[in-house]
Design a protein around this ligand. Structure first.
Ligand code: NAD
Length: 697
């Protein structure tokens, strides 16, 4: 059978799970596994069974795509298989390499013994998908590792390494790298002669040492995971394990799992999980194009972005050449890099030696010639077309053939930059987000001439730096900033129509955004967008509505937090936005000048006006082929703009509301507020056909 193989080694049977990419425990794999187990049990020449995984890991978990479908529970279920293993007189040993996650680990806990190869990771990350381990994990784990450790593992969802798993009692032995199968076979023969084998579900479970343990944990988790039901439900299952018989505990776990599975949080988080996988698929690019190896990355500009980008690659083990135009700027950039790493060391999240190794990977220089060895160069200099074109002309002369030449521009035309070189196929946008050493998202912007190998290599190197690359096309602002401009415009119009900054921000935060629109502007600084508005003033249509509030604030020198005032005011040394009556006066004044009668505006309108502005623009972006799929837009918004993951991103949110309802509101806004709200034809079509962004055809 293709999903699992069977082999005999002496008196042991070895069953190998083999269902790429992650040996997910889908129905076909379970059928194959059950059949091979039956073969081993029936064969008198076999007295022990080892189960391992093919490829990079033991088992990555359940088949997420099958969640909620009949196939997910079709017999043989993993529960049935585990029951058979528990009753088996022949020992069953899980031999774990790579990782055993979710149902993969739950299954392993149902085996009599577990051996992990050094480097393996074991965990129950279900809470990260808004779920809890529903395959007996919450009942077996505490019986193996104790209540305290189990509560942490299921409620936080973070995996542990092989050695920690051994110390916890989760595995019985750790094998050296490359020694897993021989070690498992030797172990199997050692225990084969034992009359009985340990069964996790039959172990007694002592209550926690501290009687107040569960109450304290509930408080800790409630504070850390505000609004998320899954971690608390997972904890409740661990608590149930201490008070209920095993089978009752299993029933309780299944009940809580079902509630979460049908909840909107889990659906949104699973959507994002699958979206990350889908984002790696590149339409129109042959799958056999291999990424070029990247050993040295050149970064130009040691400012806000360049420093963070250099750190990202150095932290991932790549050599970085950091080039600046001026010695002072280079020194300042290096100081910031050192300070950032030292901050992480001080927090205990990075060993000092590792921080030093990372810093040592960055070679600072004022000599552009040093870029001749770079496999990838990323430019992060001033946002000025002439400066960038001049730079790319120079890079063209310096860089080796085959090198990828990338720009971190936020909105300049990448095709124009590419034309400054003789190799436009090698030019691409790598749009990192600030702070670049922290933010996961990178928009990989393909120009008209960007070659397939350049795209494939860029996606791979961004992933190698531990980040999330999403492929987009060229347009003003690419995907994220183009959409956010619509959202920002509506937020400002709402001020003139009657809202205050704190009211708009409050409604958006209650919706779930990490930060409101105006607090965000104050943090980012109002001056940069003011400068670009002044540049665009000459081309702006005179009869088009334009909110002057932000301009007025800038004219007063209110550039946001850095000047102590913007849409809010700030006390010295504080980042807390405080309402400012002066801002309210400016808003009222601007509204009066524009002939707008102010009215009272509720949370619902604030959310619909801003979020549907994102959705309508997202639909246009999809139609134009700037984004490959709606779920890519969701990834961009959740990972780059603080959109709540539990709502799945703006496009998923619109699907959840129903596109007919969203379309009706967009039409209503068009009637009331004019052609800013012209509905995207795609939105109109999907609404009329009763379809969704997720399934547009
Ligand atoms: P910054 O002003 O902090 O840094 C720019 C650095 O480039 C300065 O240190 C400057 O000395 C150096 N520099 C200028 N011209 C140079 C040249 N010819 N050769 C070498 N070095 C040169 O700017 P930033 O905020 O880091 O932005 C850099 C780029 O990243 C811009 O294109 C910007 O649009 C883009 N970007 C910025 C953000 C952000 O949030 N700041 C986010 C995404 C993208």
């Amino acid at each position: 059978m293709s999903n699992a193989h069977y082999a005999v080694h002496g008196r042991s049977a070895v069953i190998t799970l083999d269902h790429p990419p992650v040996n997910a425990m889908g129905h076909a794999l379970r059928q194959a596994l059950a059949a091979h187990l039956a073969t081993a049990w029936a064969d008198a020449a076999i007295d022990a069974i080892v189960i391992n995984g093919a490829g990079k890991l033991f088992c990555g978990g359940a088949d997420v795509k099958a969640f909620g479908t009949p196939a997910s529970r079709a017999e043989p279920s993993s529960r049935t298989i585990v029951r058979q293993i528990e009753d088996s007189a022949k020992p069953v040993i899980a031999a774990i390499h790579g990782s055993a996650l979710g149902l993969g680990l739950e299954f392993a806990m149902g085996c009599h013994y577990r051996i992990a190869q050094r480097g393996a990771r074991l965990g129950l990350p279900e809470v990260k998908l808004g779920l809890l381990p529903g395959g007996g994990g919450t009942q077996r784990l505490p019986r193996l590792v104790g209540v305290e450790a189990a509560a942490r593992l299921v409620a936080d969802g973070d995996p542990v390494g092989a050695d920690e798993a051994l110390a916890l009692g989760l595995v019985d032995e750790v094998a050296a790298e490359g020694e897993l199968l021989p070690a498992a076979l030797a172990f199997a023969q050692r225990v084969a002669t034992q009359a009985v084998h340990p069964v996790a579900s039959r172990r007694p479970l002592p209550p926690p040492g501290d009687a107040g343990f569960f109450a304290a944990e509930r408080q800790r988790i409630g504070a850390a995971r505000r609004g998320q039901p899954a971690p608390l439900e997972a904890l409740a299952c661990i608590e149930a394990a201490t008070t209920m018989a095993f089978d009752d505990g299993l029933r309780f776990e299944r009940e809580r799992f079902d509630v979460l599975q049908h909840g909107s949080e889990s659906k949104a988080l699973r959507h994002l999980f699958l979206a990350e996988r889908a984002a790696a698929k590149l339409a129109g690019i042959a799958p056999d194009i291999a990424p070029a190896p990247i050993a040295r990355v050149g970064v130009i500009g040691a400012g806000t972005m360049g420093g963070g980008i250099a750190m990202s690659f150095a932290s991932a083990g790549m050599a970085v050449t950091l080039v600046e135009a001026k010695a002072e700027a280079l020194e300042r950039g290096l100081q910031t890099i050192r300070r950032n790493y030292e901050g992480t060391v001080a927090k205990g999240r990075l060993a000092r030696a590792e921080a030093e190794a990372r810093i040592a990977r960055i070679t600072p220089t004022l000599d552009f010639g040093a870029l001749k060895d770079a496999d990838l160069v990323i430019e992060a200099v001033f946002e000025d077309m002439d400066v960038k074109k001049d730079l790319f002309g120079r890079l063209d002369a310096i860089c080796k053939p085959g090198a990828v030449l990338a720009t971190n521009t936020s909105r300049l035309d990448i095709d124009e930059i590419a034309r400054a070189t003789q190799r436009p196929g090698a030019v691409i946008g790598l749009h990192f987000f600030s702070p670049a050493n922290v933010m996961r998202l990178v928009e990989v912007v393909r120009g008209a001439a960007t070659s397939a190998p350049t795209i494939v290599t860029s996606m791979a190197v961004v992933r190698a730096a531990g980040k999330l690359p999403v492929l987009v096309g060229v347009c003003d602002g690419f995907v994220g900033n183009r959409m956010v401009a619509q959202y920002a415009r509506e937020a400002e119009f709402l001020l003139e129509e009657g809202a205050t900054p704190q009211q708009v921000d409050g409604a958006l935060k209650r919706f779930g955004l990490a930060m409101g629109r105006f607090a965000m502007s104050d943090l980012a600084g109002l001056d940069i967008s003011w400068a670009s508005r002044k540049r665009q003033a000459a081309t702006r249509a005179a009869n088009r509505r334009y909110s002057k509030v932000a301009d007025r604030l800038c004219e007063l020198g209110r550039f946001g937090q850095k000047t102590g005032a913007g849409f809010y005011r700030y006390e010295a040394g504080s980042r807390t936005p405080l309402p400012d009556p002066l801002v309210d006066e400016i808003i009222v004044q601007c509204a009066r000048e524009a002939g707008i009668e102010r009215r009272s505006i509720g949370d619902d309108e604030i959310v619909e006006r801003t979020i549907y502005a994102l959705v309508n623009e997202g639909a246009k972006i999809l139609e134009e082929g700037i984004a490959q799929r709606a779920s890519d837009i969701d990834l961009i918004y959740v990972n780059g703009y603080g959109f709540p993951a539990w709502r799945g991103g703006p496009m998923f949110h619109a699907d959840t509301v129903g596109l007919d309802k969203v379309y009706a509101r967009v039409c209503e806004f068009e009637r009331r507020h004019g052609d800013f709200w012209k509905p995207a034809p795609l939105l109109e079509r999907l609404a009329r056909e009763g379809k969704s962004f997720a399934k547009p055809e």
